[in-house]
Design a protein around this ligand. Sequence first.
Ligand code: SAH
Length: 347
Amino acid sequence: MVTLEKRDIRKLSLQELKDFFVAQGDKAFRAQQVYEWIWKKSAKDFDQMTNLSLATRQILKDNFAINHIHVDNMQRSEDGTIKNAVKLYDGLVVESVLIPTKDRITACVSSQVGCSLDCKFCATARLKRMRNLSPDEIYDQVVAIRQQAELFFNRPLTNIVFMGMGEPLLNYTNVIEAIDKITSPEGLNMASKRITLSTVGITKMIRKMADDGVKFNLAVSLHDAINKTRSSIMPINETNSLEELADALKYWYQKTKRRVTYEYVVWKGINDSEEHACALLKFCKHIPCKVNLIEYNPIDDGEFQQASDDAINMYQRLLTDNGIVARIRKSRGKDIDAACGQLANKQ
Ligand code: SAH
């Protein structure tokens, strides 16, 4: 395929693009125009660049490709949630979700094709990791959802969460580059504080993010605060224990002063007892935080089951009585398998 052989123009920095035009005997400012087309205006092909001459467009076509994502299939849930199956230039597919609420429209985006982490309750884990997404593939998912927000809801996109497929901290460089573009005036000009990155808790990378001075929010998929149980459902815990996680989070808080959100599912027979709730409360004391008690979305085989309302309320009461903000979060888009952990369920 031709597009695979040519360089993706969005791999070039503005300076490299300037150098290209100068080498062609053209003006450097041409690069600025093209840069605006490929990022700010998200052009999908060179013919959209109508302020460039036909000859310039031809030079670009001869030298570069724009490997834009392609929304292959869009499903709408009865609650308004939209799930996109996103086809990448090499034919692989990821998913991204638009979640509308009363005062927000949130884009939930993927960072990898598949995932290497093997969390026992997550559908994406069953796909295995195929590759990292490039910065522009992450950016394009946001652009697509931004357009859908305008088209279907007549409202702007307000928030972005890295809670789609993959582990963002195992594709750190590309995720950061995408966020830089998303927040830059040359890109989508969105506020960093509207962006949340969710991780299983790769401690080394949490420290790196703190050192890098990132300005977005951090969420950690905790799900249990006792090592033995957490390791049994999230193998990452074997090498990144709760003690190491707590240390990394203290470091994060010390450097960023941003409180962390813990995502937590309560499952029948796994963590629905008071012992586990108390362990969570103890973990919450490490740094300022809040807890989202998220509904479990079944993924076919029924090994995991949502705990009773009583158990979930017990958790919420214990946390709130001790000054920790804890919300019970209902799932969105369940009927189209767009809810947390369901991405890739039916592929
Ligand atoms: N790898 C990152 C990003 C994925 S976010 C992370 O784990 O944080 C997806 C969120 O959905 C995580 O909090 C994950 O633990 C949660 N999740 C996975 N499977 C789920 C399921 N079946 N039901 C509810 N939440 C699930």
